[in-house]
Design a protein around this ligand. Structure first.
Ligand code: DGY
Length: 320
Protein backbone atom coordinates (compact mmCIF):
# COMPACT_ATOMS: atom_id res chain seq x y z
CA UNK A 1 0.00 0.00 0.00
CA UNK A 2 1.26 3.47 -0.90
CA UNK A 3 1.83 5.93 1.98
CA UNK A 4 -0.71 8.77 2.07
CA UNK A 5 0.46 12.37 1.86
CA UNK A 6 -1.23 15.76 1.86
CA UNK A 7 -0.04 18.69 -0.29
CA UNK A 8 -1.33 22.04 0.93
CA UNK A 9 -1.34 23.91 -2.42
CA UNK A 10 -1.59 23.19 -6.10
CA UNK A 11 1.88 22.27 -7.36
CA UNK A 12 3.22 21.61 -10.86
CA UNK A 13 1.83 18.46 -12.51
CA UNK A 14 5.33 17.02 -13.03
CA UNK A 15 6.07 17.30 -9.30
CA UNK A 16 2.71 15.86 -8.34
CA UNK A 17 3.27 12.94 -10.71
CA UNK A 18 6.63 12.24 -9.11
CA UNK A 19 4.95 12.10 -5.71
CA UNK A 20 2.16 9.90 -7.08
CA UNK A 21 4.66 7.29 -8.26
CA UNK A 22 5.25 6.42 -4.64
CA UNK A 23 2.41 7.98 -2.62
CA UNK A 24 -1.32 8.38 -2.53
CA UNK A 25 -1.59 12.13 -2.91
CA UNK A 26 -4.37 14.41 -1.74
CA UNK A 27 -3.85 18.04 -2.71
CA UNK A 28 -5.52 21.35 -1.89
CA UNK A 29 -6.24 22.24 -5.52
CA UNK A 30 -6.34 26.02 -5.24
CA UNK A 31 -3.40 28.10 -6.39
CA UNK A 32 -4.04 31.39 -4.64
CA UNK A 33 -6.05 30.42 -1.57
CA UNK A 34 -4.38 28.74 1.40
CA UNK A 35 -5.95 25.65 2.86
CA UNK A 36 -8.22 26.52 5.83
CA UNK A 37 -6.89 25.27 9.15
CA UNK A 38 -9.89 23.01 9.79
CA UNK A 39 -9.36 21.28 6.44
CA UNK A 40 -5.66 20.88 7.15
CA UNK A 41 -6.40 19.33 10.52
CA UNK A 42 -8.83 16.85 8.97
CA UNK A 43 -6.37 15.94 6.21
CA UNK A 44 -3.30 15.43 8.41
CA UNK A 45 -5.19 12.85 10.50
CA UNK A 46 -4.83 10.41 7.60
CA UNK A 47 -1.29 10.96 6.32
CA UNK A 48 2.35 10.02 6.83
CA UNK A 49 3.71 12.95 4.88
CA UNK A 50 2.82 16.64 4.76
CA UNK A 51 4.06 18.88 1.93
CA UNK A 52 3.40 22.49 2.98
CA UNK A 53 4.21 26.13 2.28
CA UNK A 54 5.23 28.98 4.55
CA UNK A 55 1.61 30.13 4.56
CA UNK A 56 0.55 27.15 6.68
CA UNK A 57 0.99 27.35 10.41
CA UNK A 58 2.00 23.89 11.52
CA UNK A 59 1.49 24.27 15.24
CA UNK A 60 0.88 21.94 18.19
CA UNK A 61 -2.79 21.54 17.24
CA UNK A 62 -1.97 20.42 13.70
CA UNK A 63 0.85 18.13 14.82
CA UNK A 64 -1.26 16.54 17.54
CA UNK A 65 -3.95 15.81 14.97
CA UNK A 66 -1.52 13.75 12.90
CA UNK A 67 -0.79 10.47 14.67
CA UNK A 68 0.98 8.85 11.68
CA UNK A 69 2.93 11.85 10.45
CA UNK A 70 6.60 11.08 9.74
CA UNK A 71 7.68 14.08 7.73
CA UNK A 72 6.81 17.75 7.25
CA UNK A 73 8.37 19.00 4.04
CA UNK A 74 8.33 22.80 3.89
CA UNK A 75 8.69 24.34 0.45
CA UNK A 76 10.83 27.21 1.78
CA UNK A 77 14.16 27.78 3.40
CA UNK A 78 12.50 29.50 6.39
CA UNK A 79 10.61 27.22 8.77
CA UNK A 80 9.24 29.66 11.34
CA UNK A 81 5.74 28.53 10.32
CA UNK A 82 6.42 25.15 11.95
CA UNK A 83 6.56 24.38 15.67
CA UNK A 84 9.91 22.62 15.54
CA UNK A 85 9.94 21.60 19.21
CA UNK A 86 6.55 19.96 18.85
CA UNK A 87 7.67 18.14 15.70
CA UNK A 88 10.75 16.87 17.56
CA UNK A 89 8.60 15.67 20.44
CA UNK A 90 6.57 13.56 17.99
CA UNK A 91 9.68 12.30 16.15
CA UNK A 92 8.58 14.01 12.97
CA UNK A 93 11.33 14.93 10.53
CA UNK A 94 11.14 18.50 9.22
CA UNK A 95 12.80 19.40 5.91
CA UNK A 96 13.29 22.64 3.95
CA UNK A 97 14.70 23.93 0.65
CA UNK A 98 17.83 26.02 1.21
CA UNK A 99 20.68 26.67 -1.30
CA UNK A 100 18.54 26.51 -4.46
CA UNK A 101 16.92 29.88 -3.74
CA UNK A 102 20.07 31.68 -2.58
CA UNK A 103 21.04 33.45 -5.81
CA UNK A 104 17.46 34.31 -6.78
CA UNK A 105 16.75 35.85 -3.38
CA UNK A 106 20.02 37.80 -3.50
CA UNK A 107 19.02 39.11 -6.96
CA UNK A 108 15.70 40.37 -5.59
CA UNK A 109 17.36 41.90 -2.54
CA UNK A 110 19.76 43.83 -4.72
CA UNK A 111 16.94 44.83 -7.08
CA UNK A 112 14.96 46.18 -4.13
CA UNK A 113 18.00 48.03 -2.83
CA UNK A 114 18.56 49.70 -6.19
CA UNK A 115 14.88 50.42 -6.82
CA UNK A 116 14.56 52.07 -3.41
CA UNK A 117 17.81 54.03 -3.77
CA UNK A 118 16.88 55.35 -7.21
CA UNK A 119 13.14 55.76 -6.52
CA UNK A 120 12.18 53.58 -9.45
CA UNK A 121 8.57 52.99 -8.43
CA UNK A 122 7.98 56.69 -7.77
CA UNK A 123 9.47 57.45 -11.17
CA UNK A 124 7.18 54.97 -12.94
CA UNK A 125 4.17 56.45 -11.11
CA UNK A 126 5.36 59.94 -12.09
CA UNK A 127 4.78 59.15 -15.74
CA UNK A 128 1.61 57.15 -15.14
CA UNK A 129 0.08 60.13 -13.32
CA UNK A 130 1.12 62.59 -16.06
CA UNK A 131 3.43 64.60 -13.83
CA UNK A 132 6.41 64.61 -16.21
CA UNK A 133 6.34 67.99 -17.93
CA UNK A 134 10.06 68.71 -18.18
CA UNK A 135 13.50 67.44 -17.21
CA UNK A 136 14.85 69.32 -14.23
CA UNK A 137 18.10 69.09 -12.27
CA UNK A 138 16.93 67.63 -8.97
CA UNK A 139 13.81 65.85 -10.19
CA UNK A 140 13.37 62.38 -8.62
CA UNK A 141 16.95 62.30 -7.43
CA UNK A 142 17.89 59.36 -5.25
CA UNK A 143 20.97 57.89 -3.59
CA UNK A 144 24.05 56.48 -5.27
CA UNK A 145 24.55 52.77 -4.80
CA UNK A 146 28.13 52.67 -6.13
CA UNK A 147 30.65 53.73 -3.52
CA UNK A 148 28.08 53.55 -0.69
CA UNK A 149 28.46 51.45 2.46
CA UNK A 150 26.31 48.35 2.61
CA UNK A 151 25.71 46.78 6.01
CA UNK A 152 24.65 43.14 5.84
CA UNK A 153 23.07 41.73 8.99
CA UNK A 154 23.53 37.97 8.72
CA UNK A 155 26.29 36.68 6.47
CA UNK A 156 24.81 33.29 5.63
CA UNK A 157 24.29 31.96 2.12
CA UNK A 158 22.03 34.78 0.90
CA UNK A 159 24.03 37.48 2.71
CA UNK A 160 27.21 36.25 0.99
CA UNK A 161 25.49 36.13 -2.41
CA UNK A 162 24.34 39.71 -1.83
CA UNK A 163 27.91 40.77 -0.95
CA UNK A 164 29.16 39.34 -4.25
CA UNK A 165 26.62 41.43 -6.14
CA UNK A 166 27.46 44.56 -4.14
CA UNK A 167 31.18 44.13 -4.93
CA UNK A 168 30.32 44.44 -8.61
CA UNK A 169 28.78 47.81 -7.81
CA UNK A 170 31.91 48.94 -6.00
CA UNK A 171 30.17 49.13 -2.62
CA UNK A 172 32.04 49.13 0.65
CA UNK A 173 30.66 46.10 2.51
CA UNK A 174 30.48 45.65 6.26
CA UNK A 175 28.64 42.86 8.03
CA UNK A 176 27.56 41.60 11.40
CA UNK A 177 26.97 37.95 12.15
CA UNK A 178 26.75 35.70 15.20
CA UNK A 179 29.94 33.99 14.08
CA UNK A 180 32.78 35.74 12.40
CA UNK A 181 34.54 33.99 9.50
CA UNK A 182 37.95 35.31 8.53
CA UNK A 183 37.98 33.07 5.48
CA UNK A 184 34.69 34.56 4.28
CA UNK A 185 36.01 38.07 4.94
CA UNK A 186 39.03 37.40 2.75
CA UNK A 187 37.04 35.67 0.04
CA UNK A 188 34.28 38.29 -0.19
CA UNK A 189 36.38 41.31 0.78
CA UNK A 190 33.97 42.30 3.55
CA UNK A 191 34.69 43.72 6.97
CA UNK A 192 33.19 42.51 10.24
CA UNK A 193 31.83 45.24 12.54
CA UNK A 194 29.85 45.29 15.77
CA UNK A 195 26.08 45.55 15.34
CA UNK A 196 25.89 49.16 16.54
CA UNK A 197 28.69 50.27 14.25
CA UNK A 198 26.93 48.69 11.30
CA UNK A 199 23.74 50.59 12.13
CA UNK A 200 25.60 53.88 12.54
CA UNK A 201 27.77 53.74 9.44
CA UNK A 202 25.78 51.96 6.73
CA UNK A 203 24.08 53.78 3.88
CA UNK A 204 22.11 50.63 3.10
CA UNK A 205 21.19 47.99 5.67
CA UNK A 206 20.03 44.58 4.49
CA UNK A 207 18.40 42.18 6.93
CA UNK A 208 19.49 38.65 6.00
CA UNK A 209 19.01 36.64 9.20
CA UNK A 210 16.39 33.93 9.68
CA UNK A 211 13.44 34.64 11.96
CA UNK A 212 13.67 33.18 15.46
CA UNK A 213 12.90 34.22 19.05
CA UNK A 214 16.40 35.71 19.06
CA UNK A 215 15.93 37.82 15.92
CA UNK A 216 12.32 38.89 16.56
CA UNK A 217 12.27 42.73 16.58
CA UNK A 218 16.04 42.79 16.12
CA UNK A 219 15.58 46.19 14.48
CA UNK A 220 13.45 48.36 16.70
CA UNK A 221 13.32 51.95 18.04
CA UNK A 222 16.83 51.95 19.50
CA UNK A 223 18.33 50.58 16.31
CA UNK A 224 16.54 53.12 14.09
CA UNK A 225 17.81 55.91 16.33
CA UNK A 226 21.37 54.79 15.59
CA UNK A 227 20.95 54.80 11.81
CA UNK A 228 21.81 57.69 9.50
CA UNK A 229 18.79 59.79 8.57
CA UNK A 230 19.53 58.96 4.93
CA UNK A 231 19.92 55.22 5.39
CA UNK A 232 17.84 52.73 3.44
CA UNK A 233 16.62 49.53 5.08
CA UNK A 234 15.95 46.45 2.95
CA UNK A 235 14.22 43.40 4.39
CA UNK A 236 13.77 40.26 2.30
CA UNK A 237 13.99 37.85 5.23
CA UNK A 238 10.98 37.82 7.57
CA UNK A 239 8.68 40.62 8.68
CA UNK A 240 8.92 40.07 12.41
CA UNK A 241 12.65 40.77 12.47
CA UNK A 242 11.92 44.46 11.97
CA UNK A 243 9.51 46.04 14.46
CA UNK A 244 6.92 47.55 12.10
CA UNK A 245 5.67 50.24 14.50
CA UNK A 246 9.24 51.44 15.01
CA UNK A 247 9.90 51.26 11.26
CA UNK A 248 6.82 53.32 10.49
CA UNK A 249 7.88 55.97 13.02
CA UNK A 250 11.43 56.02 11.65
CA UNK A 251 10.18 56.48 8.08
CA UNK A 252 7.65 59.16 8.88
CA UNK A 253 9.91 61.07 11.31
CA UNK A 254 12.76 61.15 8.77
CA UNK A 255 14.92 59.06 11.10
CA UNK A 256 15.83 56.97 8.07
CA UNK A 257 15.57 57.70 4.35
CA UNK A 258 13.59 54.82 2.88
CA UNK A 259 12.78 51.14 3.05
CA UNK A 260 12.41 48.25 0.64
CA UNK A 261 10.21 45.53 2.08
CA UNK A 262 9.49 42.11 0.61
CA UNK A 263 8.17 40.69 3.88
CA UNK A 264 5.73 41.81 6.59
CA UNK A 265 4.77 40.80 10.12
CA UNK A 266 1.34 39.69 8.87
CA UNK A 267 1.08 38.56 5.27
CA UNK A 268 -0.57 39.23 2.89
CA UNK A 269 -0.90 43.01 3.11
CA UNK A 270 -3.11 45.11 0.86
CA UNK A 271 -3.30 48.71 -0.29
CA UNK A 272 -4.66 49.90 3.05
CA UNK A 273 -1.45 48.83 4.81
CA UNK A 274 0.28 51.91 6.26
CA UNK A 275 3.56 51.27 4.39
CA UNK A 276 1.97 51.13 0.95
CA UNK A 277 1.06 54.81 0.84
CA UNK A 278 4.48 56.03 2.01
CA UNK A 279 6.41 57.44 -0.96
CA UNK A 280 9.74 56.34 0.52
CA UNK A 281 8.78 52.67 0.77
CA UNK A 282 8.69 49.98 -1.88
CA UNK A 283 6.52 47.07 -0.78
CA UNK A 284 6.62 43.70 -2.53
CA UNK A 285 4.47 40.60 -1.96
CA UNK A 286 7.18 38.22 -0.64
CA UNK A 287 8.71 37.43 -4.03
CA UNK A 288 12.35 36.91 -2.98
CA UNK A 289 12.60 33.43 -4.49
CA UNK A 290 10.01 33.99 -7.22
CA UNK A 291 11.79 33.08 -10.43
CA UNK A 292 10.21 30.31 -12.51
CA UNK A 293 13.29 28.08 -12.29
CA UNK A 294 13.83 28.54 -8.58
CA UNK A 295 10.20 28.01 -7.57
CA UNK A 296 10.10 24.87 -9.69
CA UNK A 297 13.32 23.61 -8.09
CA UNK A 298 11.90 24.37 -4.65
CA UNK A 299 8.82 22.30 -5.46
CA UNK A 300 11.01 19.46 -6.71
CA UNK A 301 13.37 19.50 -3.75
CA UNK A 302 10.46 19.61 -1.29
CA UNK A 303 9.02 16.53 -3.05
CA UNK A 304 12.38 14.75 -3.01
CA UNK A 305 12.87 15.51 0.71
CA UNK A 306 9.46 14.07 1.50
CA UNK A 307 9.91 10.97 -0.64
CA UNK A 308 13.32 10.20 0.80
CA UNK A 309 12.02 10.25 4.36
CA UNK A 310 9.07 8.02 3.48
CA UNK A 311 11.51 5.63 1.82
CA UNK A 312 13.62 5.60 5.00
CA UNK A 313 16.46 7.57 3.44
CA UNK A 314 17.99 10.82 4.69
CA UNK A 315 16.36 13.88 3.06
CA UNK A 316 18.49 16.33 1.08
CA UNK A 317 17.87 19.08 3.64
CA UNK A 318 16.81 18.26 7.17
CA UNK A 319 15.90 20.88 9.78
CA UNK A 320 15.31 18.38 12.63
C1 DGY B 1 11.69 31.10 2.04
O1 DGY B 1 11.95 30.13 1.31
O2 DGY B 1 11.75 31.03 3.26
C2 DGY B 1 11.30 32.38 1.37
O3 DGY B 1 10.85 33.31 2.25
C3 DGY B 1 10.33 32.14 0.24
O4 DGY B 1 11.03 31.59 -0.76
Amino acid sequence: MKPKIYVTRKIEDSVKEKLENYCEVTMWEKEDVPVPKEVLIEEVRKVEGLYCLLTETIDKEVIESAPDLKVISNMAVGFNNIDIEEAKKHNIIVTNTPEILTETTADLTFALLMATARRIVEAVDYIKSNQWVTWSPMQLTGRDVHGATLGIIGMGRIGSALARRAKGFNMNIIYHNRNRSLEQERELDVQYVEFEELLKTSDFICVMVPYSEETKNLISEREFRLMKDTSILVNTSRGGIVDEDALYMALTNQQIGAAGLDVFEEEPINKSNRFVSLPNVISLPHIGSASIDTRLKMEEVAAENLLRVLQNNPPIYRVV
